[in-house]
Design a protein around this ligand. Structure first.
Ligand code: BGC
Length: 733
């Protein structure tokens, strides 16, 4: 590779090298204000290194032909896309996938996404998104794996493996791009693109590990973040991109900016376009997405001595290396096999996997009196603004989904259940009372029709339908565009108009099941008090409707566990299980005590803790045992527990292990997830679950940012969620 690239670069002019650093959009699926223009003539002039959001082998072949037949040095283009949770076969949103706690399944979903996207000509995806987020006001919490560092790191690895496979030159793999580097999930007040300011200690221990895990798994590229970090925006942050990413972590791929992030450095207040482009290159960026600051100013900066040719060469080399690793120099058309798309895209195997993944992502939040599973008989009233909108099933960031042909919940349920169950339907209410808000919340073709009649009239009609049924399924919550990019919210309730509908449905006296659509943790305090059964289905993707039918009627036993805490009240945010103890902790189970760390008006507890999720069956935990009261350096400690399915359904359980370092040179969280195991048990069946703990699991970054395990006492907790655990103690020698 080095020889090949040295030879190629020796023939390149500076302008051609700068051209390789330019990533443009073909004009489909744009999220910013600038749309790339004049793509064809720029390809011929060697001014484009990559194109994103262009698809189909025919179109990509045409663009690639321009590059390899009409540009001077015939350098192929890299083709990217936001393939985030599936390509055409859409899987649950990433937060939902995280709720499966099933790494094999997550890897498979990424593999299928790569299989389909590469069959459509692509070779690069802007995924995985690994931003830890503890703020459900932030709409993009939906795109990541939630609040936890450990779970997020395991998922990051699984996704990179799924996309990249073992061989990046294979025609069915994609190069991964880890994003958004870094700390994008910690935007102040949960407002998108907002500032982050964070101690190094917290960064290293809690926010950076998932990016590092993805890089250690071999991710070929990294995307910068939009946000400011401690005074230096990520896209101009040399410490981050050069010292941490390259020097400390040894990353050898390339860094691309987020959409027009170089240009946005002007608004951050770092200078004019020429200045910020130079800053960004020098900080360690190789490719400039859409804004063309590099293309239009780097030559001048070179002439004025503001950047060096070595800096341009470094960036160009890394972009060319990525193309080499993808095998594009060998065969620029290796991803353009027109016959593959027909076989790969939306094939029955992929759809079956999407149905399975959706069912496994659902989290049963409440099931009083075993309302669920329902019997396959009688009449079900499916009511609510999310009941019959196919376009809202794929969820946010599914740019390549075929919205017109995605079945709605109603359609999916009908096709799964056939004539065993009669389903009657009514929209029940608008998504939001305020039409202008509803418009903002249903962009990009994800519309939900409005009923402009008086609310009482619509409600009365819906209740008449509900009264015909044996059971009511209320399909409520957020539309898919109420989460995702630039979709922050300060109110985390189900919209009030839908709550009024729900209250009406409860008054019918029929059993009511709330099927909750959401891209973030919501505050469900009222619903939890009033509704007997709540199934959180996030946004389940293409096969949502069938998967909901599978779970509601007991063909699939729900096993999802929350990857993010559901607060009681938005005022508790950020609320996460791995918080510090403080010097004035509140005793467990207490509400208020003067001069303790608490609130006057709400307890410190979440509504549903991290790791929580019910099943149709029940699991009994035997006594937690440790192989020893001491762990020696280099040795291992076995933590075991016997888990038994004590109910009547076969089911899956995620057995979770947390630790607490009781005394440290710096304060440590009250609990940290360190291992988990997902097991399947038949009724009456038991399994011994054994975890091996080593010194490695006890390490953290101390005040000097050394990764150490400190001798002393530790607590280890095992249980069904982060709250309901057993505890034992041991000592690290
Ligand atoms: C988003 C990225 C995405 C990019 C390209 C940006 O607005 O922040 O996550 O990859 O657009 O579509």
């Amino acid at each position: 590779m080095d020889r090949f690239i040295n030879d190629l670069m020796s023939q390149m002019t500076v302008a051609e090298k700068i051209g390789q650093l330019n990533l443009v959009t073909a004009g489909e699926a744009v999220t910013g204000s600038v749309v790339s223009t004049d793509v064809e003539s720029k390809i011929k002039a060697g001014k484009i290194g990559g194109i994103f959001s262009m698809s189909t082998p025919q179109r990509i072949r045409a663009a690639q032909e321009l590059a390899v037949n009409h540009s001077r040095l015939k350098i192929p283009i890299i083709f990217g896309m936001d393939v985030i949770h599936g390509y055409k076969t859409i899987f649950p949103i990433p937060l939902g996938l995280a709720a499966t706690w099933d790494m094999e399944l997550i890897q498979e979903t990424a593999r299928i996404a790569a299989e389909e996207a590469s069959a459509d000509g692509l070779n690069w995806t802007f995924s995985p998104m690994v931003d830890v987020s503890r703020d459900p006001r932030w709409g993009r919490i939906s795109e990541g794996s939630g609040e936890d560092t450990y779970l997020g790191s395991r998922i990051a690895e699984a996704m990179v493996r799924g996309y990249q496979g073992k061989d990046l030159t294979a025609h069915n793999t994609l190069m991964a791009c880890v994003k958004h580097f870094a700390l994008y999930g910690a935007a102040e007040a949960g407002r998108d693109y907002n500032t982050t300011d964070m101690s190094l200690h917290r960064m290293y221990n809690e926010y950076l590990p998932p990016y590092k895990a993805a890089i250690d798994a071999g991710a070929g590229s990294v995307m910068t973040a939009f946000n400011d970090i401690n005074g230096v925006p990520a896209t101009a942050n040399k410490w981050l991109m050069t010292d941490v990413l390259r020097k400390q972590w040894g990353f050898d791929g390339f860094v691309v900016t987020d959409y027009t992030a170089v240009n946005e450095l002007i608004d951050h207040g770092l200078g004019d376009l020429q200045e910020v482009s130079a800053l960004s290159l020098k900080a360690g960026v190789e490719m400039d997405m859409v804004g063309e600051g590099f293309l239009t100013t780097l030559q001048q900066s070179l002439d004025e001595g503001k950047v060096s040719e070595e800096e341009i060469d470094r960036a160009c080399r890394l972009v060319l290396e990525a193309k080499y690793k993808l095998g594009l120099f060998e065969d620029p058309f290796r991803y353009c096999d027109e016959s593959r798309a027909k076989e790969a895209i939306l094939n029955p195997g992929h759809l079956a996997k999407a149905r399975e993944a959706a069912g496994k992502s659902f989290v049963l939040l409440k099931n009083e009196g075993q309302v669920l599973p329902l019997k396959k008989q009688g009449t079900v009233a499916l009511i609510g603004p999310l009941a019959n909108t196919g376009a809202n099933m794929p969820g946010t960031w599914s740019v390549s989904a075929d919205l017109d042909n995605t079945p709605s919940l109603l359609e999916g349920m009908r096709s799964a259940l056939g004539d065993q169950v009669k389903i009657v339907h009514h929209q029940g209410s608008n998504l939001l009372e305020d039409a202008a808000y509803q418009e903002r919340a249903t962009m990009f073709g994800r519309t939900i029709p409005r009923d402009e009649r008086p609310e009482a009239e619509v409600l009365a009609e819906a209740l008449a339908i509900a009264n015909q049924a044996d059971v009511v399924v209320a399909a409520l919550g957020e539309s898919s565009e109420m989460s995702g990019e630039s979709s922050s919210r300060v109110d985390l309730n189900i919209p009030a108009v839908q709550q009024r509908l729900l209250a009406g449905l409860l008054q019918t006296g029929k059993p009511v099941v709330l099927v909750l659509f959401t891209g973030r943790p919501l505050t469900l305090t009222w619903e939890d008090e009033q509704v007997p059964a709540i199934l959180n289905v996030w946004f389940g993707g293409t096969e949502t409707g069938k998967a909901v039918a599978d779970v509601l009627f007991g063909d699939v036993n729900p096993s999802g566990k929350l990857p993010a805490t559901f607060p009681q009240h938005v005022g508790q945010v950020p609320l996460y299980y791995s918080h510090k103890n403080t010097g004035r902790p509140l005793a467990e189970g207490q509400w208020f005590e003067k001069f303790r760390s608490n609130y006057l008006d709400v307890t410190n507890e979440p509504l549903y803790p991290f790791g929580y999720g019910l099943s149709y069956t029940s699991f009994g935990y035997g006594e937690l045992t440790l192989s020893s009261a001491e762990l020696s350096r280099g040795g291992k400690l076995q933590v075991s527990v016997q888990v038994t399915n004590t109910g009547n359904y076969a089911g899956e359980e995620v057995v979770q292990l947390y630790i607490r370092d009781l005394v440290g040179s710096v304060t440590r969280p009250v609990k940290e997830l360190k291992a988990f195991r997902k097991i399947r048990l038949e009724p009456g069946q038991s399994q011994e679950v054994v975890f091996d703990l080593t010194e490695e699991d006890l390490k953290f970054y101390n005040a000097e940012l050394e990764h150490v395990a400190e001798a002393g006492e530790f607590a280890v907790f095992v249980g069904t969620n982060s709250r309901d655990v057993q505890e034992k103690r041991f000592t690290l020698k």
